[in-house]
Design a protein around this ligand. Structure first.
Ligand code: ATP
Length: 137
């Protein structure tokens, strides 16, 4: 293991999205952003819909769209269990933009047919995917 890296695993009900050494991550905690580096104290936290940013072992910035879940950090292993997760480079941006527009249209309607909570969550997922697909700063 390189001196400044720790292991991270990102798992969804469908697949293991990622398992590798990284230098640093910032996760979208429900109570704010959570930064983790090597030798972080043990942690369990709930995550909201958003973008997970990390620096891989080579120091390259990367982004993953997450739709909520949990993160545990213990003994230099970070485990993230998310409902869905996609690498920024794999995101279908047109699909995410279509999902955003659909959700915005639903939210603009005054109708008993619309499930506003569901539409708000869909909008947040779409925004997170669009952000994760954009170059990281
Ligand atoms: P849509 O309305 O476009 O299906 P959604 O937010 O309802 O979006 P989810 O239910 O969160 O989609 O995800 C279903 C599956 O599709 C998951 O495996 C997720 O990783 C994948 N997925 C969703 N949107 C995208 C996207 N824009 N690019 C790549 N994969 C996606």
């Amino acid at each position: 293991m390189a001196e400044n890296t720790f292991m991270v695993e990102i798992v969804t009900p469908e697949r293991i999205l990622y398992k590798d050494e990284i230098q640093f991550l910032v996760a979208p905690g429900v109570e704010g952003e959570l930064g983790v580096m090597k030798n972080h104290a043990p942690l369990v936290a709930a995550l909201k819909i958003g973008v997970l940013r990390y620096k891989d072992a080579a120091g390259k910035p990367q982004q993953i769209a997450l739709s909520g879940g949990f993160m545990e950090v213990v003994d230099n292993v970070g485990r993230i269990l998310a409902e869905t997760a996609e690498h920024g480079r794999d995101i279908d941006v047109l699909r995410a933009k279509a999902a955003r527009e659909r959700a915005e249209r639903r939210l603009a309607q005054q109708s008993e047919e619309v499930n506003y909570t569901r539409a708000r969550m869909a909008l947040q997922r779409a925004i997170a995917r669009i952000k994760a697909s954009e170059p990281s700063i």
